[in-house]
Design a protein around this ligand. Structure first.
Ligand code: URA
Length: 205
């Protein structure tokens, strides 16, 4: 899948990005955390959530006490979208068309990875996972269910928190932690899994 993903040109983004960024983490995890699109750092390094948004995300994961082996981290769109301002590459939100072209990659990841549940980080991820638009600020902290039974917790994207300045950011972070914590019971059940429940970590994807 990784090789096929690198060759993907089903939308224009693949022509400008350095590389496609596939998801990473454990197979059969408790949770698949789904972001929007790789950023500048992710595009250069080829790994999801290794830039500022990722640092905030993994600060939250640490605060929640979730082991990294319980998680698989990916994005709804696999190629960085940007506009050039001078020499700087500024992140742009993928269009619905670009996200729709990428939908099947996310579907293939879900089928391969078999998470117990998913967390949609932001509107693009929520739309891709649910195949409908989701009002994230209204639905954050709520569980939704897909037609295939996969449960999806809606949360803000960490970049939304990074855009908040001053004291309000810490308050928003605490609220975000509260939303994410709603997936804690899935992580706890995963941690108590038996091998018969398919709980062995079989490798990395
Ligand atoms: N933002 C995302 O949505 N995904 C990443 O991998 C990095 C930043």
């Amino acid at each position: 899948m990784r090789d096929a993903l690198q060759r993907c040109r089903e939308c224009p983004l693949g022509y400008r990005a350095t590389q496609a960024v596939a998801g990473e983490g454990a197979l059969r995890p408790a949770l698949m955390l789904v972001g929007e699109v790789p950023g500048d750092r992710e595009d250069l390094e080829g790994h999801p959530f290794v830039g500022p948004a990722g640092r905030l995300l993994f600060r939250a994961v640490g605060a929640l006490g979730w082991p990294r082996e319980a998680l698989f981290v990916t994005n709804a769109v696999k190629h960085f979208k940007f506009e050039l301002r001078g020499k700087r590459r500024i992140h742009k939100t993928p269009s619905q068309r670009e996200a729709a072209a990428c939908l099947h990659w996310l579907g293939e990841e879900i089928a391969l990875v078999q998470p117990r549940a998913a967390v949609a980080l932001g509107a693009t991820a929520a739309r891709s996972l649910m195949r409908r638009s989701v009002a994230v600020t209204r639905e954050r902290g709520r569980w939704l269910e897909r037609d295939d039974g996969l449960r999806v917790l809606v949360a803000l994207h960490p970049s939304a928190l990074l855009r908040i300045r001053g004291d309000e950011r810490e308050a928003a972070y605490e609220q975000w932690l509260g939303d994410l914590r709603r997936a804690g019971e899935i992580v706890d059940a995963w941690a108590r899994r038996t091998p018969q429940q398919g709980g062995e970590v079989e490798g990395r994807c």
